[in-house]
Design a protein around this ligand. Structure first.
Ligand code: PAP
Length: 349
């Protein structure tokens, strides 16, 4: 039976020793020095450019190890996403679909665990050595299907994920809601990582510029989205490309699509019994954010569970973004997405 969450028994000291075995520190240091870097949201932390995307310097060695050593299984299910586009939501939906026969809605581990504790982030949590998560060598022992996540761009993913038969679900969101969500989330994290109480995050106008330049965590946004979009067109059975806005508009249609895509379609009996609605209601932001675990728990020393559930609206950007910024974003979208078949509507709330 799938365990409700990962139970760790090793000490932190042992964990560090285990990580050292897989990381060639000299190689990592040399690479670090050779790659371009920029300041992350005006902080002391650097973003480092790997395969055309900007990642946090603090994660560099984890990403490198993940890319080099991760071995995918054909039964794996991966949630992939640009940060702040609906990852937490998709994790909770996928977890519920996969485990629906194990747990009735009033017994699901989602009631006592943040979704990020149930679908493991690979480059930060697993390869970052967070003690709440399995370490790399323990991934092999997880029950099948393993539910895993990455924020890396398609180009940065380990080859093994691309060549295995493991399926990927990618979620994206319109750029303005994504950028506003980033702007709210990352300054707190940066403050906690650096301990710099005097840190002044950029205002929304300056952050908008950084977003457009692409020099943000996991940026550039459009490259990330297009990487998965193009691949999903080539391999529609391997990558299911989802939009946050579509899920909001028609959650039951997309939940059924997810279940079919991963080979676990809802039976007519389940549909009749209202299983789809139960999952949608369980994973509704207003339900998840009121659970004790998400009101008070910590995902790591750096992140509180509650910060993953802020507003959860489509078009909430209209409270922060000015008309000239909208015009500029529309022009950028024309340039970046024209002819690709992908588009985002920028409709105010
Ligand atoms: P992550 O990349 O750090 O994991 P992610 O979950 O992708 O974050 O994005 C967080 C956004 O999803 C937040 O959006 P907001 O800042 O515009 O409010 C968050 O509120 C929203 N979100 C979280 N859970 C849900 C949910 N169950 N349904 C809809 N939106 C959600």
């Amino acid at each position: 039976m799938r365990p409700s969450t990962f139970q760790d028994t090793t000490t932190q000291k042992n964990q560090k020793e285990e990580m050292k075995e897989t990381v060639n520190e000299e190689e990592v240091e040399q690479l670090e020095q050779s790659l371009p870097q920029v300041n992350w949201m005006g902080s002391k932390i650097q973003l480092i450019r790997i395969q055309e995307s900007w990642y946090s310097f603090n994660n560099f060695s984890n990403i490198h190890t993940f890319q080099k050593h991760f071995v995918a299984k054909d039964t794996d299910l991966f949630v992939t996403s640009f940060p702040k586009t609906g990852t937490t939501w998709l994790k909770s939906l996928l977890y519920s679909v996969v485990n629906r026969s194990l747990y009735p809605p009033n017994k699901t581990p989602l009631l006592s665990h943040n979704p990020h504790e149930l679908v493991y982030d690979l480059e930060t949590a697993v390869y970052g050595g967070n003690p709440k998560f399995p370490r790399p060598h323990q991934l092999d022992d997880l029950p099948s299907p393993r539910l895993l996540h990455s924020h890396l761009s398609y180009a940065s993913l380990p080859k093994s994920i691309k060549t295995s038969a493991g399926k990927m679900l990618y979620i994206c969101r319109n750029p303005l809601d994504t950028l506003v969500s980033h702007w709210h989330f990352y300054p707190n994290l940066i403050k906690r990582i650096t301990g710099d109480e005097d840190y002044q995050p950029p205002d929304i106008q300056d952050f908008f510029e950084e977003f457009c330049q692409g020099t943000i965590f996991c940026g550039p946004f459009f490259e990330h989205v297009l990487g998965y979009w193009k691949q999903s067109l080539e391999e529609p059975n391997k990558i299911l490309f989802l939009k946050y806005e579509d899920l909001k508009e028609n959650p039951s249609f997309y939940l059924k699509k997810i279940a079919e895509f991963i080979g676990m379609p809802f039976s007519p009996q389940e549909e009749e019994e209202g299983v789809i609605k139960q999952i949608i209601d369980l994973c509704d932001i207003n339900n998840l954010k009121e659970l004790e675990v998400n009101k008070s728990g910590l995902l790591s020393k750096m992140v509180e569970n509650k910060v993953f559930f802020r507003d959860g609206k489509v078009g909430g950007w209209s409270r922060y973004i000015t008309a000239p910024m909208v015009d500029r974003m529309n022009k950028i979208m024309e340039q970046q997405l024209g002819g690709t078949g992908l588009s985002f509507k920028l409709q105010p709330e």
